[in-house]
Design a protein around this ligand. Sequence first.
Ligand code: PEP
Ligand code: MG
Length: 586
Amino acid sequence: MDIRRGIAVSPGIAIGSALVLDTEGVVISRRTVPAEQLPAEKLRLFAALARAATEARSRERILTEQIGRDVGILTGHAVMYEDATLRRDVEKLIDDQHYSAEFAFSRHIRAIIRRFDDLPPGHDFTRLRSDFFDLERQVLNQLLGVVPSEPAPPAGEPVIILAADLTPSETAQLDPQTVHGFATESGGPTSHTAIMAGALEIPAVVGIGRFLHDVSSGDTVIVDGGSGLLIVDPDPATIEKYRRLRQAATQESDTRVEVTLRDVPPVTRDGVRISLLGNIEFPTEAVNCIERGADGVGLYRTEFLYVNRTTDPTEHEHYEAYKAVLTTLGPTRPVVIRTLDIGADKFSSASAMLTAEKNPFLGLRSVRLCLKNLKLFKTQIRAILRAGVHGEVRIMFPMVTTVMELRQCKSLMAEVVEDLEEAGIPFKARIPVGTMIEVPSAALMADVLAKEVDFFSIGTNDLVQYTLAADRNNENVAGLYNPADPAVLKLIKMVCDAAKARDNLTVNVCGEMSGEAMFTPLLVGLGLRQMSATPRKIPEIKRAVRNLTIADAERVAFEALRMETAREVTTYLREQQRRYSPDAAD
Ligand code: PEP
Ligand code: MG
């Protein structure tokens, strides 16, 4: 039994057979062969490539049956094994250098991988790198006669995906019926992969560090998404313990928390109503917000319209998606539609608008990209305004860094209104406009931005990364990336104060921070009266709200703001959580 610790990103327990999607390298030592053996060495290579191609095609068939849809990755590998240029290049190395087939193949593939490392950053080559490592491994297995120790799990059986990394779009395509959990070597706590896992309610652990070498497809594994553990080859007692935990968790979420809390309002003990909204990525999740007792949708991340496609969505596609959400939520529940936030780690290869950049997180992402591609931006705004006739729509702009950007967005909206009026197309003209506060400059300028909008929504996922200069996707700086950091708290306080001074402008927090009950007293104490979290978290946050008084919350915020380190703040907030919500699980 081998226990690995990573970052817990989506709670729940999954027990099942591992499906290893890719892995990196074996090191082959340099070996040469005498000249008379070269023809035989080349024949070994060709035979290994042919066998690897046949095997890739048959693994693809099994995978397709397991996942329930065509993955295509392994068929792509088969085509590469059969590629004439690849074969010729490796053959040349054997002829010219007298390398063994293993060393020649490994050397050639490593040279290709090194070329990816030299390309300008901006495009995500992680997937391609892993593909080439996988190609290398499969061909070396063939050459060395290594038979994978365990067969892949039988078709139709639930699997737990283990991978170096999964992109947000790959995660979005996982079918929770078949994929019961996943664990990855890289990734950070608020990466979009993690957010997707939460939305799909698939238990997940990311940022484990290297482990794929020590596990094979077919091994029994446990993913404990609450504690951030991956257990490979668990002993029978551990399996039994986790089965019991899984059963208890299912009963708890079905009965105690959700059902008892769904229909009660999120009101503090002294009668202050807090609005709890849901974050969604897909229209189909709108119903989850209602089932979990949300007051509306606080963040609809529309970039997920790019899943499974490489072209920009049409106005009609935007419109239909928004109409579906608004219709589900009905005439009284607000729906905040956020304009496209593509770029950086999100669908960076989807839109033709995106180009390679050295540092995409600081580059042309999100509203910056939209303001450079007005056609794309106007298409989306038109669809939002048109869909507005179906419900209580609000529009929100992401990644706003300066007041000028916000003014540009608003004037573009005004142009769209004029166009729609002229064309006589039905739409809602006066809809509340909000800005996300997720860049430190926006928090610092909140008093100025407040004059331009109807509401703020603090995106702590990005605010933490930009304040602490710690990539939200990078497990190596996950210790630094912390919403409890005093610098982050000061910025949130600044935003709340600016909103209060502006006639109590509505402020929401829609980053993952608002889904953690530990932060509820602090956020309410800082002045937040609205929070938006993944729907699954709403009952828990509601319970935390109902255990509080505003005076308690203000005292917690006051104390936390005096602290100097994230660790002090976290310890303090955990103590307070135990004090105010003794019934909440630790
Ligand atoms: C955020 O940054 O907190 C946020 C809600 O936006 P996203 O996670 O989609 O970047
Ligand atoms: Mg963000």
